[in-house]
Design a binder for this molecule. Structure first.
Ligand code: B12
Length: 271
């Protein structure tokens, strides 16, 4: 059976509130709505949930769907609403790291898929990425840990690869795990990576992120150059890397899907 969809105005009428109040509910994550063809739409079941809870959605349910809410406001280009969704998720107990991996990453992946299918314009995608970048900038200080760092990670995107958002998130998550990080951002030149590897004190590992499957030669060159400067593990990850064999074939010590994987790779290299 097809789910019943209402306009936000209809939802406001049923709630007996002004349109702007209903929109505020959407921004606060109390009412789940998605923008379709420039118009906010609400599922009947979500409206009923809100009505049954006397205007207050149960926290667990809305927490589970912060990700959908974030996707909707990122697509709408509403930066204020995007930050409010993040703040609400933080207030309900979500860790900043989970905001990255369970909310921002899936939202951006979905936006990439919609762009690939021609459902949204590249402008929508760029606008959403910029908002996501600013959100990550605001969350970044929350990953700071007191005390002596366990070591240092260099984190960078492969040469020719401008997908810096993942590098920012990864760098924060590694910092959150107690390491100092040197974030070299996107499209790091091969020689710069080699020099950074040679000059960094207490280097523990180098993490390289790859989103472009078409620049394997550059990834290989970057890893080879870094290898001439250090023997710490070089951990390769990102959607352009198809698992451990692929990573090792490009010269990396190990493949990692996320920060936990990267730390496991580091520890197993050390022991
Ligand atoms: C935002 C974006 C951009 C932005 C990047 C902005 C920025 N500052 O980062 C801009 C506009 C620059 C861009 C450009 C391009 N993009 Co783009 N982009 C995206 C998009 C929508 C999101 C990327 C992103 O940040 N994802 C969020 C990240 C954080 O999520 P994540 O993947 O889960 O990342 C986590 C893990 O992968 C992991 N991880 C990642 N790396 C590593 C490394 C290690 C060591 C470890 C442990 C973990 C790890 O940790 C991350 C954080 O938790 C993707 C869609 C997608 N499917 O991802 C397309 C996408 C990656 N782009 C794509 C393309 C084609 C391009 C362009 C070639 C488009 C063009 N024709 O110009 C250019 C290439 C530019 C270049 N030279 O790099 C394609 C790549 C497909 C392909 N197979 O080639 C995608 C998949 C879109 C699509 N569906 O077609 N893009």
């Amino acid at each position: 059976m097809k789910a019943e969809v209402l306009s936000l105005q209809d939802a406001a009428d049923e709630l007996g509130v002004h349109y702007m109040t209903a929109y505020r509910y959407v921004r606060l994550g109390k009412l789940i709505a998605e923008k379709s063809g420039g118009v906010w739409e609400v599922l009947r079941s979500d409206l009923d949930d809100l009505i049954q809870s006397g205007g207050q959605q149960p926290a667990a349910k809305s927490t589970k769907r912060w990700d959908e809410q974030l996707l909707a406001v990122l697509l709408a280009g509403d930066e204020g609403a995007a930050w409010q969704v993040v703040e609400s998720a933080l207030a309900s107990g979500r860790e900043p790291s989970a905001i990255y991996s369970e909310m921002i990453s899936p939202a951006l992946r979905e936006i990439g898929n919609q762009w690939e299918r021609g459902e949204i314009d590249v402008v929508d995608e760029h606008r959403a990425s910029q908002i996501a970048t600013r959100i990550v900038g605001r969350l970044s200080p929350r990953f700071h840990r007191r005390g002596r760092p366990k070591g240092t990670f260099i984190v960078a995107a492969a040469p020719g690869d401008f997908h810096t958002l993942a590098v920012m998130m990864l760098s924060d998550q590694i910092r959150g795990a107690g390491y100092h990080t040197i974030d070299l951002g996107g499209a790091v030149p091969v020689e710069s990576l080699r020099r950074a590897a040679a000059e960094t004190q207490s280097l523990s590992a180098i993490a390289i992120s790859a989103f472009r499957p078409d620049n394997e030669a550059e990834i290989r060159a970057a890893i080879a150059a870094a290898r001439t400067a250090t023997d710490v593990p070089i951990i390769l990850g990102g959607p352009a890397i198809d698992g451990p064999n692929h990573a090792k074939g490009l010269g990396a010590t190990a493949y990692a899907e996320d920060v936990d994987d990267a730390l496991v790779a580091l520890i197993s290299h050390e022991t």
